[in-house]
Design a protein around this ligand. Structure first.
Ligand SMILES: [Zn+2]
Length: 405
């Protein structure tokens, strides 16, 4: 990175952000009080219109795009398609040579029926609420970092694209095609999943894959013609036990997470479904698992009267610390030094859209949102005083790109 920025290049923008903490917090609270669970389409619509209003202040080209439907295997073992919410996309100065991607999701893991629906203040001054950290806080940090950046005369040197998707919490099946497209047009990615409570950012991430196995056997009366039946549950149980045993042999984890099958007890069951989540650290491990599963399926298909299919894939490949990521880490460290913010890094087993952007060739840092914790639980909280500092760091990162363009 070129020697970064004179104080005159950032003082005005960052001072402005220092005054925005309350406004940022109000917006986070407003958004978190609207349920936008992945399949809560009316709530997603309200969040989308609120974001459309706020992000149009940036003056880019804003469009609302349709997601592709999610395909999954239903409890009858059949492929089923499910509609997903809309995607918000904004692009500014698309003709410039250097473009930065900024991305975060608007969906949460909390459905309309979930008991966790509204924000409340905790005694320690933290805000407890659905999605306050993951990732409504991140949406607002992204917005304010861009608002501050656009005040700078340096801004005209680079372009940016914002992607706000409605389906990250289920693995972004409806928006991954845009992730692939945008990755080709941009040179670095900033994503706004929450930072850890102490401000630590995520460096590498494991990859994640969901696999569904469907076993078909042959139904028969358990009293009259038991010998004519072929038990799909037993075949699936053996397969799941074999997959579970793979856990002891490597650092790859295999979680048998869901099992369905059977009905009346006097019927030999002819259908069973087993679902497995696998986490890997390297592409070699990914290849290894794919081979293991292919072998297990072909072995199971050799048993008399049983047919077994596998669906699914590694939708989030592993995200290692590539040279591009290391360069971004260094840039962020230098920007954080200007702000006197100490930065530390750690890896995690959790996947995010950062994995998908990385797999599509775009180096990115994906925890630039505010500090928070206990996400995906009713104890989820946001540390409100981290909102403005997080935005300041991102504005500086953007200015550093603009300064060398
Ligand atoms: Zn998230």
């Amino acid at each position: 990175m070129n020697s970064l920025l004179n104080e005159s290049d950032w003082r005005h923008e960052l001072d402005w952000l220092d005054e925005q903490g309350d406004a940022m917090l109000q917006l986070v609270e407003k958004l978190a009080n609207i349920n936008s669970g992945t399949f809560c389409f009316d709530g997603l619509k309200i969040v989308e219109s609120c974001l459309t209003h706020e992000f149009s202040k940036l003056g880019g080209d804003l469009s609302i795009l349709e997601s592709r439907p999610q395909s999954s295997i239903n409890s009858a073992g059949k492929m089923e398609q499910r509609a997903l919410g809309d995607i918000l996309h904004i692009s500014k100065r698309s003709a410039t040579k250097k473009k930065i991607l900024l991305c975060i999701h608007m969906d949460t893991v909390y459905s309309k029926e979930h008991p966790f629906q509204k924000c409340q203040w905790l005694e320690n001054g933290y805000l407890n609420g659905p999605g306050v950290a993951d990732a409504k806080g991140g949406l607002i940090v992204m917005l304010y970092a861009l608002l501050a950046f656009e005040k700078s005369p340096l801004a005209t040197n680079i372009g940016w694209e914002v992607l706000i998707n409605p389906d990250e919490e289920i693995g972004s099946p409806g928006s991954v095609h845009l992730i692939d497209e945008i990755a080709q047009r941009c040179s670095a990615g900033l994503l706004f999943e929450p930072a850890l409570p102490d401000g630590t950012l995520v460096s590498w991430r494991k990859g994640s894959g969901n696999f569904t196995f469907v076993a078909h056997g042959k139904a028969a009366h358990s009293g009259r013609e038991f010998e004519k039946g072929r038990n799909a549950i037993v075949a699936m149980a053996k397969l799941m036990a074999t997959i579970d045993q793979l856990n002891s042999t490597s650092e790859i984890t295999y979680n048998v997470g869901n099992f369905q099958g059977g009905g009346a007890l006097n019927v030999v069951p002819d259908l069973a479904i087993g679902r497995v989540n696998v986490r890997i650290k390297t592409v070699e491990q990914q290849n290894q698992v794919e081979q293991q599963f292919a072998d297990l399926v072909s072995l199971a298909n050799q048993s008399d009267g049983i047919s077994l299919e596998m669906h699914g894939q590694f939708s989030s490949p592993p995200k290692p610390i590539s040279p591009g990521v290391a360069e971004l880490q260094l840039r962020i460290k230098k920007c954080a030094e200007i702000l006197d913010q100490p930065i530390s890094w750690r890896g995690t087993g959790g996947a995010s859209d950062g994995n998908k952007f990385a797999a599509a060739g775009l180096p990115n840092i994906d925890t630039l949102g505010p500090r928070g914790g206990n996400i995906h639980s009713m104890d989820e909280y946001l540390i409100p005083e981290s909102l403005a500092p997080s935005a300041k760091l991102v504005t500086l990162i953007l200015l550093s790109f603009a300064n060398e363009a």
